[in-house]
Design a binder for this molecule. Structure first.
Ligand SMILES: Nc1nc2c(c(=O)[nH]1)N[C@@H](CN(C=O)c1ccc(C(=O)N[C@@H](CCC(=O)O)C(=O)O)cc1)CN2
Length: 310
């Protein structure tokens, strides 16, 4: 963690360095992968399925494949054209479900509109669902069986970042999750609830969001609206986790240029908060690190070996 600058008298907010924490996680994954292989288990196998030609998805899938190889995993990628039918995607998922060398299956989202995302997610063997999106894994998390679930990577990474700042005991903290998506908002709320936080989930129909935010010790913003959370929404000393990744025009950088901003007005919020994630370099890198951790956990479970905790 490093400290940013603030014009107020208050100590500057600690900048939560997601890249550094992600590197610690992946170092541990590499070490534990070596241990699993030495114990007679196979190398963790990760299969990534990409349908279509979305440029950002190509970048993320490439990063996942490279990281998997770097950690000593068996890594396979299925790159399919936009014209691929739902039945063809389901057939590949079925083949990967049966392949004993594959412990983790990930279908990169978003899928093209002609493919039913829920149908594809539900076709993945829950034991190989390293994204943690399958209803069985979502359900296990919801009923407090996190130990048997695979948990969605981004919220799991956010929780680790919060714990790095506040320590292991979050009991009694007021947490506000802004956004109710299945991938981030809802599992984030479940994870914080299981840490005995008092959790509020806000969304587009919530009344007086600034007032809800001003009461929160922890804010997780995952709403997809550039710089929506303003500095005067923030309780002094709050911890802010910004999941937003919004590309906005940046004419100051030249014609047609863009820049990446989160859901939080960073400079304003950093002047009030005690700790904050930057965008980029905060939550994003944790997503891929937690994917690697989930794949290792799935491989340990398949091999009947003890699983590491992260
Ligand atoms: N099947 C899945 N699809 C998608 C997921 C997912 O977890 N599973 N999440 C996102 C995309 N994503 C990984 O897939 C992802 C997005 C962003 C980052 C990241 O590190 N971002 C950088 C900034 C990158 C930039 O400059 O554009 C950062 O925040 O520092 C990692 C992974 C949707 N699809």
């Amino acid at each position: 963690m490093t400290h940013g600058q603030s014009s107020s008298a208050k100590a500057p907010a600690a900048v939560i360095d997601g890249k550094a924490v992600a590197a610690e996680i992946t170092d541990k994954v590499a070490a534990e992968t070596g241990r699993l292989i030495a114990a007679g288990g196979v190398a963790p196998g990760l299969a990534v399925v990409l349908v279509g030609d979305d440029a950002a998805s190509q970048v993320y899938v490439g990063a996942k494949g490279r990281k998997a190889k770097e950690l000593g995993f068996h890594s396979v990628q299925h790159t399919l054209p936009l014209s691929t039918s739902e039945a063809e995607v389901l057939a590949i998922v079925d083949q990967l479900n049966r392949d004993p060398s594959i412990h983790g299956i990930l279908v990169q989202l978003p899928l093209p509109r002609h493919i039913d995302t829920s149908k594809v997610i539900e076709a993945i063997d829950p034991a190989k669902d390293v994204d943690g999106f399958h209803p069985i894994n979502v359900g296990r998390l919801a009923i407090g069986e996190r130990d048997r679930a695979l948990v969605s990577c981004t919220p799991a990474g956010c929780l680790l970042l919060i714990q790095r700042v506040l320590g292991g005991n979050l009991a009694g903290k007021d947490a506000l999750v802004i956004g109710r998506s299945n991938i981030v908002g809802k599992p984030m709320a479940q994870l914080l609830l299981q840490e005995s936080c008092t959790v509020t989930v806000a969304h587009s129909r919530s009344r007086d969001l600034p007032a809800l935010a001003r009461k929160a010790d922890i804010i997780v913003a995952a709403v997809g609206r550039p710089e929506m959370v303003r500095g005067d929404w923030v309780k002094p000393g709050a911890v802010i986790i910004d999941v937003g990744m919004n590309r906005i025009p940046a004419p100051e950088r030249g014609e047609g240029k863009t820049r990446l901003v989160g859901d939080v007005a960073y400079a304003e919020a950093a002047a009030i908060a005690s700790a904050i994630t930057p965008v980029p370099g905060g939550v994003g890198p944790m997503t891929i690190a937690m994917l690697m951790a989930n794949t290792l956990v799935a491989a340990c479970r398949a091999a009947g070996q003890p699983e590491p905790t992260f």
